[in-house]
Design a protein around this ligand. Structure first.
Ligand SMILES: [Cu+2]
Length: 146
């Protein structure tokens, strides 16, 4: 029984470590900043490297959240605001960084049991490219990239 559990854990780690084959988009450094007040949305970030062909990040699935929206941050009249977007472009061979102050995913109704220092599963869904599943590190409210 114990052997079986460690085999499952090892498979999970392999999936997280080698996302995508050559030519397909890759992703790494996923993290989620937990909300300062329980019930407020959390923000999720990840770095995506485009494959041989341009694609788009269409959605992100986080089972620990009820709803995920892709957001773009922009400055309007000196004020920072953010708006939902349908997709985020991933150029061929380019690097797209979802990061504080820029594009990000907003997670609504995040599982309150999630604690800083832990991880949770995140799946990136692309247009005409395989989905990528990885573990996102959980960071305390106000914390910066791990
Ligand atoms: Cu947002």
């Amino acid at each position: 029984m114990r052997d079986r559990i460690s085999a499952v854990v090892a498979t999970g780690l392999m999936l997280a470590g080698c996302s995508g084959s050559p030519g397909e988009p890759r992703a790494n450094d996923a993290w989620i900043r937990l909300p300062a007040v329980a019930g407020r949305p959390a923000a999720a970030y990840v770095t995506i490297t485009g494959g041989r062909e341009a694609t788009q990040l269409k959605t992100m699935q986080v089972p620990a959240a009820r709803l995920v929206e892709l957001h773009r941050t922009s400055a309007k009249g000196g004020m920072m605001s953010m708006d939902p977007v349908d997709a985020i472009d991933v150029p061929a061979g380019g690097t797209v960084k979802l990061a504080p102050g820029g594009d990000h995913a907003m997670l609504f109704d995040l599982e309150p049991a999630l604690k800083a220092g832990g991880t949770t599963k995140m799946t990136l869904m692309f247009d005409h490219a395989p989905a990528i599943e990885l573990e996102a590190k959980l960071v305390a409210p106000g914390g910066s990239a791990p």
